[in-house]
Design a protein around this ligand. Structure first.
Ligand code: NAD
Length: 508
């Protein structure tokens, strides 16, 4: 992509340098090579984008859902037509292995398909009234301007989770892509331009946290949709929570657990645990960093999981034989390494330590990539260790043994501030049902890895992981307001609850 051009923001239907002098680079995390140079957005650029979004609101809302969806259908086709190319860009820019790069694009068009298809479905409800002469309805209106702030790890799918439904419902958007994946941001903005979306309806400002903050702080923003770290999400939620009329839907990380019971099929258990812990190099919000295993199957599970962790292929993410690509950036290698060191200081029993890969494991030409391999250890399931309670967001996995029944396993599983995803591996339906009903998470899986969302299912966490909005249907709640609309069909005023409608005078 590098061609000497400095890529711009897309504001009010125009490409613009914005007001700042600073630029930043996108880096391929597998090679360290520069992929492109981008303008760094300032709070003034966000201000211009919000002004454009605000101005575009009225005309956009005057269109029908179906007309608005037509613009999204163009983007749906472009995402499909450019699947291979864009999947490769995702892999080059965020380091996910190539099947994941392509799946990110597939998930994006699934979300667009859902949102645009939903335009022809009923909107709101017809509700019975206590008074036969009244018609009562629940109607929805767009909230107005939606500010979208997205993370790097699903650089195409998550922006469409935020934006597709917001736009079809009649909102205008200002989007800030993650600073690690601006190239994906550039391509998505070009798609909106190709679709001829009316100016100001979609706006993109490239940049860092200060640009995100300017979105959050502006009173023209009616809803903030944020996906990212707990640290930033909690700050946004507390800021916006203090502003009446504004809403923040924040989806954050997890310390996700998998329970392997005494009745587990160990083939499924090992396969699910390896997928959950090491796919995307552990950098999914739903990645598992805790495997809670019954003592009766512990030794066999441990032996098989350790063997898998020692042998998973780390390497060039564009190579189809690769299972784990690099971490996103050098700062993240430092963070994961620190947590591996912390675990050792917390006196856990280290089983696999591939924190630093051997030279022969790093493919030629990839020496400047951000590599780590799996780190696996066993720790006391009931001890309050930082390494078993804080999100590392890497291939850092604790094996925690339990000896009691499913109640004990779920207690250990729930012993975290987070509540995003988890799984149970068991052939006993009573254990499965107990887990389903008692695990404190938003995404629960049985006999499957705890990764792998589908856009038409709810997605989102509980506890410190989020407030459960950003899947297709739930985003509607966050980006629309409900109105109760009641119409009287008679000439008399009749009230509910038997309330008298007689106006009594002094002469009565
Ligand atoms: N629950 C989910 O749906 C989900 C999905 C993917 C990732 N995640 C989480 O995201 C995290 C990794 O992503 P990340 O490193 O990009 O997260 P991050 O919080 O560092 O950044 C996310 C976005 O927020 C912006 N930002 C940073 N500081 C800001 C501020 N003060 N105000 C407003 N915006 C700000 C960033 O520029 C970026 O666009 C992990 O914790 C992961 O679990 C959650």
């Amino acid at each position: 992509m590098t061609n000497g051009e400095v890529y711009q923001h897309y504001i009010g239907g125009e490409w613009t340098d914005g007001t700042g002098d600073e630029t930043f680079e996108s880096e391929n995390p597998a090679t360290g090579e520069t992929l492109g140079e981008f303008r760094r957005g300032t709070p003034e650029d966000v201000d211009a984008a919000l002004a454009a979004a605000d101005e575009a609101e009225e005309e956009w809302q005057a269109l029908s859902h179906i007309d608005r969806a037509e613009y999204l259908w163009d983007i749906y086709h472009e995402l499909k037509d450019r699947h291979e190319e864009l999947g490769e860009v995702v892999t080059k820019e965020c380091g996910k292995e190539i099947s994941e790069g392509k799946a990110d694009v597939t998930e994006a068009w699934h979300m667009v398909e859902w949102a645009a298809g939903d335009a022809r479905h009923p909107k709101g409800d017809v509700v019975p009234s206590e008074i036969p002469a009244k018609d009562a309805y629940m109607r929805r209106k767009p909230r107005g301007v939606v500010g979208c702030i997205t993370p790097w790890n699903f650089p195409v799918a998550i922006p469409f989770w935020h934006m597709a439904v917001s736009l079809v419902e009649g909102n205008t958007v200002v989007w800030k892509p993650a600073e690690q994946t601006p190239w994906c941001g550039q391509i998505i903005a070009e798609m909106f331009e190709d679709a001829d979306i009316p100016e100001g309806v979609f706006n993109m400002v490239q940049g860092f946290g200060d640009a995100g903050e300017a979105i959050v702080d502006d009173s023209r923003v009616d809803t903030v949709l944020f996906t990212g770290s707990a640290e930033v999400g909690h700050e946004i939620a507390s800021k916006v929570g203090g502003e009446p009329g504004k809403l923040a839907a924040c989806e954050m990380g997890g310390k996700n657990g998998i329970v392997v019971t005494e009745n587990a099929d160990l083939d499924i258990a090992v396969h699910s645990a390896v997928m959950s812990s090491f796919k995307t190099t552990g950098q999914r919000c739903v990645s598992s960093e805790r495997i809670i295993v019954h003592e009766s199957v512990y030794d066999e599970f441990k032996e098989r999981f350790v063997e898998a962790a020692e042998n998973v292929a780390v390497g060039n993410p564009l190579d189809e034989q690769t299972f784990m690509g690099p971490l996103i950036e050098e700062g993240h290698v430092e963070k994961v390494t620190k947590y591996n060191e912390l675990a050792k200081r917390e006196d856990v029993n280290v089983l696999v330590d591939r924190t630093e890969l051997n030279d022969d494991e790093i493919p030629d030409g990839h020496e400047d990539g951000h590599w780590v391999g799996p780190f696996v250890y066993e720790a006391d399931a009931h001890e309050n260790l930082r390494c078993t309670h804080e999100e590392v967001f890497g291939p850092h996995v604790a094996l925690l043994q339990y000896s009691g029944d499913i109640e004990e396993a779920v207690e250990i599983h729930n012993d975290t501030d987070y509540g995003l995803a988890g799984a149970i591996i068991s052939e006993d339906y009573r254990e499965i049902n107990y887990y389903r009903d008692n695990a404190e998470i938003g995404l629960a899986y049985g006999n499957l890895p705890c990764i792998g969302a589908e856009v038409h299912l709810p997605f989102g966490g509980v506890k410190k992981s989020g407030n459960g909005y950003p899947s297709a249907r739930e985003v509607i709640e966050a980006v629309t307001e409900r109105t109760a609309w009641t119409l009287n069909n008679s000439k008399d005023i009749q009230m509910a609850q038997g309330l008298s409608a007689d106006i009594k005078t002094r002469d009565d």
